[in-house]
Every structure is written in C-alpha cells, then in structure tokens.
Design a protein around this ligand. Structure first.
Ligand code: SF4
Length: 723
C-alpha cells in the first residue's frame, strides 16, 4: 500500500493505494495524510477503473480518411512537424490557438509545460476552462490584492459562522478552496455551536446539512451582496479592525452601494429584505465569520462583481485575513504572492489585447473561450487555423458546443493531448495521450495556494510507465521543439535543460549555473518542483518533501497582510475603478423581472469531468443527468416525474429526463453539464450507454461577464415542454 495524492479534483486527498501486477486492488483514504486525514470520495475510489479503462488511449492516433489509425510516436510527431510550422509561417503565430481543460490544473507536467508551449507559440489566442469557471474570482482577487492566486479561503476549523453562496462543497469538497472532507469540518463547526448558512437556488447537499438555507434567484448574487454592503454602511457596522491602515477605497464602495438598500434589491435577488439585513448584521457581529461564494456566483452576468463583493464584505466586517474569517494560504512552491518584494507589486492588468472578432479583453493572458468558435470561423488576418487542445472537452463544457464542434471540424490542424477519444478530441488530426496518472509523480502546483491548511506533498509513481511511452511533459517539450523549428526529432532532454536554464536565468542571473547544479540531475517537472520549493517561503527541497510520504504539515493559516499584497499601492485596493463602474450596469438592471423559467447547472459527487461518466463505478445506479424541476413548475408545464421534456432557448433545444424535486426554487431548473455522450466518433463505451443531454448545446456563446470574459452558464431563461 502506497500513499498517493488523488489527481481528480481540487480536494487533493491523500490516498492509500495497493497495486498488484500493475492493477489497483485497493484504495482507501490515507489516514496519515497531513491535508485530508483519511477522507476519500467515490471518484477517488474509481482511480483503479480509470487506470484499467479499456477506452483509455494507450498510444497516439492519427486521422486518416476521416477515421483514426494507431501510430507510433515518431509518426505522430512527424505529422505535426509537417503541418504545424507551415501554418505558423503562412499566417503568423495567432493562427495557432491553445485550449487547456480543467485536468491540466491537476497534472503538473501538462500545466507547467503547457504554459511554456503557449509562450513559445507567441499566440494571442490562448483559451482555457477558466472562463467557464473561476476567472471572476481570480480577477477580483488580483485587483484587490495584486495577484491572480491571492484568493482568501474560509478558515473553517476556527470559524463560528460560514455563509456559502452558490457553492456545494459537500459535493465538491471545495472549489477555489481545497478542503477535503468539507462535510466533516462543517459538522465540527456545528458541534462547537457554529452556524452554516447556504444561499442557493437549489437545496443542495450542502444546504441539506446547513442550519439555514435561503433560495436566491439565479444571477441575483451581486444584488444580494450590494444589499449587504448597503446595510453594513448605513447601520454603522463597518469594522476594518487590524486591516484599517492597509485598506483604501472604503468610501467609494459605500457610495457605490448607496442605491442598493435591501428593500430595493429584494425582488431582484428573490430574498426578503429582512433576511438580507439579518445576514449583514450577523456577518458583522459574529466575531469569527466567513462569506464564501463560488461557481453560481462566478458563471453569470455579474460574476466578477459578485466575486469582488464577497471580498468587500469580508473586509468591511473585519473577517479578511483574520483567524476564523477568510485567510490566505502560504504555499511551499509556485506562489507569486511569496515571491519578490513583499507588500507591494505590479498588481494585475487586463485588456493588454482584445479578441479579434468580438473585441473581448484579455484577462490573465487569456481570451474568453466563448470567442473560440468565432475566431476559427471568421476569415481575416489572425484567423485561428490550428488548435492545440490540452486535456479539455469544450464541445461539452463550453456554451454552444455544437457550433464549436463544427468550427473544430474546419481546422487545418488540431492536436489533442487527451487520454480519451471524446466529443472534442474526435475532431483532432493527432491525439497524443498521456499514460495513467498512477505512473507519474504528482505535485500540486495551484491547489496548495487555495488550501484550508498549509502543507507540502509529493507522490511517487505507483506503477512503471508503459515501455516507450513518453511522459506528457516530454510530449510537450517535443512539440516546443517543433515550434522552435528543430523538427520532430529534437533532443527532448537537451531542450528541457535549455528551458530550465532560461527560467532560472530570469530569476537568478549570474547564479544560474549554481542553482541548476543544486537540483541536478533532476529533469522535467521534478526539477521545476525542486527549484520552486527551494525558492519558496519555507526553503524546502524536493528531497525533504519526498521523505515525508504523507506530506509535510506546514501549519494552520496565519494572517498575511500586508506581506501578501502585490498591488501598486501596497494597499488592499477595495474599489477598483473597473468594478465601481460595473455597479452602474447592475443599477440599470435592478428592475429586471424574473423570467418564468431559468436553468442552472449542478455539481455532483460522482462527476467532475465529462470522462468520469465512462467509469462504471461512477456511472452505475440511478441516472443522474436529470433535469430537476420544482413541483409547481412541473404542474404548470404538465411535466411527469421520469418523463421526457424538451428544453429550448433561442432556436436550440435538448431533450431531457425530468425529475420533480422540491429541492428546486420555483422557476428554476437544474441540469448538470458534461453530458451528451451520444455524438458519433467517440470511444466512450460506458458513457454512451446513458448519454444524457448536453446543457451546453442549449446555452449561447454570446453571453459573458464583460470584465472576466466568463461565460454565463447560470440563470439563463428557457422554455420547457413535455415530450
Ligand atoms: S474529493 Fe477529490 S481529491 Fe478527494 S478522493 Fe474525491 S476526487 Fe479525489
């Protein structure tokens, strides 16, 4: 039995895995893991099925005459070398786009070398699943605190009041918040007399556990939060506490919220004014309280505004960077808010370039993924003609998937790094699969920056990689070699040495040789981990972390302001001009009546990525891709429980299985995304048996939060009819 970090979701649980003859025979939570302490969910228990899934690709595929044929690695790279450079030479670097899916964040080789590939391509057309997910939170955090990953997370073990808005951490175990066993920690909060409040249009698994649950009209989050800010200001409840000397912009925030009294916003957010005032008062007067919001507050018209207001409220109530409030992790490696001079920095900027067709601003180096199809379809200089897709399935996860699928089919070249032949990779000309994650080391780059506790952990490979199968980072280095004009047979080890030396030189200057000598003979991601740990705030080494198979415990979260700040002013910039301006958009939208029926997504314990629908353990049992409908709506629309219905919007339609549930707010339908496995040309034997309906075939790619570019996936008006 060997300790191993689960690579499947943000909770990053430590597992004990037994492997015999190359197959997983037992998996359980690692009771000694310093972060997760024995927790495991059904997804983690299915890692063995992923390892053995016969549909998981074991070697490269090349498209020939409309179908895929198995190829050698040399043949696959020869194909890319023959097709990619001519596109760049003829049309320039912007002709090649990159797309990174969610699993990229869980695989350090893909993440670190995928970012390098985008830099090497020098393309403006960089896309990722971030603009379907958390970009608003990152943008708001960047504007307030100076870096995209300076995200405050609840100090759950020490809080007395946790208010959860538009999130379901019992199912997710945290998002932009790594908190394995949220349920256990929430129960401990209640056992010590604390209170859990959930605000959500669905009575989620988290709401079922909560002491209070309040329905909210989808998309009404920013209005609720402005009502809370208004209450704090007008009732004299603002207490900055220790942070007072470090905050600028309080007056501008108060002025911005002036028109949003709870009585004014109540209809817009679907919550009584008295409830809004009560929430504000309790957040202000509870000594240790935290407000946390996530996906429902992000993927909507006011995603950045809502994400910003969460931090504003935590600041105004004295709970930011405070024990039992929301605090900033201090990661052992890769955290920009521990690098360079502390307390001041360059801050973040957006809009350094704009998308060619819609003029959407760049954010965090990316363009909105809702712009990808039009960038492929629209002729002219800078038209996207090739795509390198890394571990993503945007045909199912991005709005207007059918349009995107059609656009992908028109590309001159598409290369997919994917372990499945799925709804997106079927459009590729070359598919390069990584091997089982159990055969590679694991080190989380991003999630320790979001974790409930500071730790450093590393997992050794559990099984040997298949003979002759390169690691994903080696595949990416080989692709970088092609982009650099060195052909398909570049010396991967030598080029990796060059790339590492380039990175170190930027930071260490004349010390470069000495720094590289210190981490020799490591190569690939291991070398980058070692370098980052040595440069990190704990001055660790990879050897020290490897010597602790259950991880190093670096302690509970501690206050970090002003040290953490990287804003130009060296202050918490509470009133960024872009957000203050955006309040006017909300003000103009105050009176918008609720549509009769809107749709939202749904996080599920047994699903995180679309390919999980292909694992028998996660797919079995009652079909979970149903559309949840409130009984009143079902009666009004003549829908039957278990019956079929058509959901339509602006000429698009999907057919779904109805599940009548009083867990829904009246007027709101919930359908999980990532389903729709009935498209031709995939190799997903289990998923295709119960394909479900693709929510994103319904949603349009014309709606996004203008600040972050994030797609509007929540609160979209629909019509629904029985079939
Ligand atoms: S919660 Fe996430 S990290 Fe933990 S076992 Fe489940 S899938 Fe793995």
């Amino acid at each position: 039995m060997t300790s191993r970090i689960c690579p499947l979701c943000e909770a990053c649980c430590g597992l004990d895995i037994t492997v015999e003859d190359g197959h997983v025979t037992a998996i359980r939570g690692d009771a000694d893991d310093v972060l997760s302490r024995g927790f495991i969910c059904p997804k983690g228990a299915a890692l063995g099925e992923l390892h053995d899934d016969p549909d998981r690709l074991r070697g490269p595929l090349i498209k020939r005459d409309g179908g895929f044929v198995a190829a050698t690695w040399d043949e696959a790279f020869a194909e890319i070398a023959a097709r990619l450079p001519p596109i760049i030479d003829a049309y320039g670097p912007n002709a090649v786009a990159t797309y990174a899916g969610n699993p990229t964040a869980h695989k350090a080789g893909l993440l670190l070398y995928g970012m390098r590939l985008s830099r090497e391509l020098r393309t403006a057309n960089v896309f990722s699943a971030s603009t379907l997910d958390q970009m608003p939170k990152q943008l708001a955090s960047g504007l307030l605190f100076g870096h995209w990953l300076s995200v405050a997370v609840p100090d759950l073990d020490r809080t007395e009041l946790l208010v959860v808005l538009g999130a379901n951490p019992v199912a997710s175990n945290g998002s932009m918040w790594t908190v394995p066993d949220f349920r256990g920690k929430a129960k401990a909060l209640q056992a010590r007399g604390g209170t859990l409040v959930v605000i959500d249009p669905r009575r989620t698994e988290t709401a079922a556990l909560a002491d209070e649950h309040h329905f909210i009209r989808p998309g009404g989050d920013a209005f609720l939060l402005l009502g809370i800010v208004h209450t704090l200001v007008t009732e004299g409840l603002v207490r900055l506490g220790r942070l007072a000397p470090h905050v600028t912009g309080v007056d501008a925030v108060a002025e911005a919220a002036r028109d949003f009294a709870p009585e004014v916003v109540a209809d817009r957010c679907g919550m009584p004014a008295a409830t809004i005032r009560d929430l504000a008062r309790r957040l202000a007067t509870t000594p240790r309280a935290a407000l946390y919001a996530r996906i429902g507050a992000c993927t909507q018209t006011y995603g950045t505004l809502a994400s910003w207001l969460v931090d504003v409220i935590n600041t105004l109530t004295g709970h930011l960077d405070a024990v039992g409030g929301v605090m900033f992790p201090k990661a052992a490696a890769f955290a920009a808010n521990t690098a360079g001079a502390s307390g001041r920095g360059k801050g973040v900027t957006t809009g350094r370039r704009h998308s060619r067709v819609s003029g959407a601003p760049e954010v965090f180096g990316e363009l909105p993924v809702t712009c990808l199809a039009e960038e492929i379809e629209t002729p002219g200089e800078g038209q996207v003609r090739a795509l390198i897709a890394i571990a993503g399935n945007p045909v199912l996860s991005a709005p207007n998937g059918p349009r995107l699928a059609q656009a992908l089919a028109s590309l001159e070249l598409m290369v997919s790094f994917d372990i499945y032949l799925n709804e997106t990779s079927r459009h590729a000309h070359v598919i390069l699969p990584g091997y089982s994650s159990l055969a590679e080391p694991h080190f989380d780059v991003a999630f320790p920056q979001l974790a409930w506790r500071n730790t450093a952990r590393y997992s050794e490979p559990l099984v040997a990689p298949p003979a002759g199968h390169p690691a994903e980072w080696e595949l990416l280095v080989r692709l970088i070699g092609i982009v650099r004009g060195r052909g398909a047979n570049v010396d991967v080890a030598a080029l990796d040495d060059e790339l590492a030396a380039d990175d170190v030189r930027r930071l260490a200057g004349p010390m470069t040789e000495a720094v590289l000598a210190a981490v020799a003979p490591r190569r690939g991601p291991d070398r980058l981990f070692d370098l980052a740990l040595r440069a990190g705030p704990y001055r660790l080494t990879l050897d020290a972390v490897r010597a602790a198979p259950h991880g190093l415990d670096l302690g509970e979260l501690a206050p970090r302001i002003p040290e953490l700040l990287r804003t130009p002013s060296g202050m918490i910039e509470l009133a960024p001009p872009a957000l203050i301006s955006d309040v006017a958009r909300a003000r103009a939208d105050l009176a918008r009546p609720a549509p009769p029926l809107v749709i939202i997504g749904r996080r599920q314990l047994r699903s995180n990525n679309s390919w999980m629908h292909n694992l028998p353990t996660l797919a079995k049992g009652k079909f979970r891709g149903t559309a949840l409908v409130h009984p009143d709506d079902a009666a009004r629309l003549a829908l039957q429980d278990g019956g079929r219905a058509r959901i339509s919007r602006e000429g698009r339609a999907i057919d779904v299985q109805v599940e009548i549930s009083d867990h829904m707010m009246p007027g709101v339908v919930s359908l999980p995304h990532g389903w729709g496995h009935d498209l031709a040309g995939t190799q997903l034997a289990v998923a295709s048996q119960r394909p479900g309906a693709n929510l994103n075939a319904l949603l349009g790619d014309d709606l996004r939060d203008p600040l972050s570019g994030t797609a509007v996936l929540s609160g979209v008006a629909i019509e629904m009819h029985p079939l």
